[in-house]
Design a protein around this ligand. Structure first.
Ligand SMILES: Cc1ncc(COP(=O)(O)O)c(C=O)c1O
Length: 389
């Protein structure tokens, strides 16, 4: 079956954060939204069918995980990422940011130091700060068009930290960390007694030519110090379903986290989450293959468009996912003027690079998870705005 990713969907009026939330954030409705990380594609039909089947029971009663939920996750992880996971290692979590917050509450105390590698997905440090833990920023290095880890700096920065929140693959840089890179991070964290929360929400969006390595698989040390968060939400465009899960290989980390979840019943999923997740993983391979080809096409299109028509703006080419960090530094604009160029002149709603922490200055994050005709329109609006500078 061939899926149609060119279809234009009307998402306004559906309480979509990406579309209807534009007014909440920018106070206006005339911006084309290419910000929040969901895609303007239909959630796959086999997921929608599974939800409809579940609803057809006619009662929204308390619902246990469907029998295939954990096995479907295990089979998917083995087949897709070569990770042999036992069903008992998996816990439902009600969203990945929420799971990070729960893990911080479970494994750290107020005042503890938690490291992140910036620029990075902003809730990593915002949630940590709101929970009154101290954030240690250990900056990534942008070299040869990609982010790299400064191991010497990381080793120093981790001194006295209890936790590192790792973005694997990385958002907003789109890096798929190699096995060797992750192993070095694991060695440093192990030496320093630092636990790793590995956020792997973008794993299934690893693009052709790259391979995702679950952090816990790169070495026995990595498995011993980590708690991993995953979900079908990004890849299958179902983040509104809150159908995420955590995996702990290490028995003591697992016991502690599962006990914490049980105490507050945080690990009780809802009736649609389990069947939605199982359907995505059981039936999603072909759809996902076509999606990744389409996203790759959108990334190629963006790269070519910028090169030919807006050469002053470059991009970090993502190795995973549909988020592109646009490098606008050559425009030489202070950040407020850069934001103004995108919003007031180009009528586009993107994420301001500085929201991802230091290192984001001069960047804007573009979401290309949309039909190509929409992407073309957005880039043409940007071209027009830049031509008037
Ligand atoms: C790295 C990363 N983690 C977590 C999330 C959000 O996950 P959730 O909606 O499950 O909290 C996102 C969304 O963009 C993300 O990019």
């Amino acid at each position: 079956m061939t899926y149609d990713f060119d279809e234009l969907l009307e998402r306004r009026g559906t309480d979509s954060v990406k579309w209807d939330g534009v007014r909440d954030v920018w106070g206006r409705d005339d911006l084309l939204p290419l910000w929040v990380a969901d895609m303007d594609f239909r959630t796959p039909p086999f997921v929608m069918e599974a939800l409809k089947r579940q609803l057809s029971g006619g009662v929204l009663g308390y619902t246990r995980p469907c029998a295939d939920w954990a096995p479907a996750i295990c089979d998917w992880l083995l087949h897709r990422h070569g990770w042999q996971v036992e069903t008992g290692w998996i816990s439902f979590v009600p969203g990945i940011v929420r799971a990070q917050a729960l893990a911080l509450l479970c494994f750290t105390r107020p005042g503890d130091r938690v490291a992140v590698m910036n620029p990075v997905y902003h809730p990593f440090f915002l949630v940590t700060q709101r929970l009154e833990r101290e954030v240690v920023f250990s900056p990534l290095v942008l070299r040869d068009g990609h982010y790299h880890i400064d191991y010497a700096r990381l080793e120093q920065d981790l001194d006295g930290c209890r936790v590192l929140i790792l973005c694997n693959p990385h958002n907003p840089g789109g890096r798929v960390w190699t096995e060797d890179e992750l192993r070095r991070v694991a060695d440093i964290c192990h030496r320093r007694g630092v636990m790793v929360l590995s956020d792997e929400i973008h794993a299934d969006l690893t693009l052709p030519g790259y391979r995702h390595h679950p952090f816990a698989t790169v070495s026995p040390r990595a498995a011993a110090i980590s708690l991993t968060f995953m979900a079908p939400s990004k890849a299958f465009n179902m983040p509104g379903l809150a159908s995420s899960y955590a995996i702990a290989v290490d028995p003591s980390i697992r016991r502690r986290f599962q006990t914490f979840l049980e105490a507050g019943e945080f690990g009780e999923g809802h009736m649609l989450a389990y069947v939605g997740c199982a359907a995505a993983y059981r039936e999603g391979e072909e759809w996902l293959g076509q999606l990744l080809d389409y996203i790759q096409g959108n990334i190629d299109f963006t790269e070519q468009f910028l090169k030919e028509r807006i050469p002053a703006i470059g991009m970090i080419r993502p190795q995973a996912s549909y988020l592109i960090f646009l490098d606008c530094r050559r425009l030489g604009l202070p950040q407020p003027e850069l934001v103004n160029l995108f919003v007031d002149k180009a009528h586009l709603a993107l994420n301001d690079g500085t929201m991802f922490g230091r290192g984001g200055e001069g960047f804007m994050r573009l979401n290309v998870g949309c039909p190509r005709s929409v992407l073309r329109r957005a880039l043409e609006q940007l071209e027009e705005a830049v031509s008037h500078l």
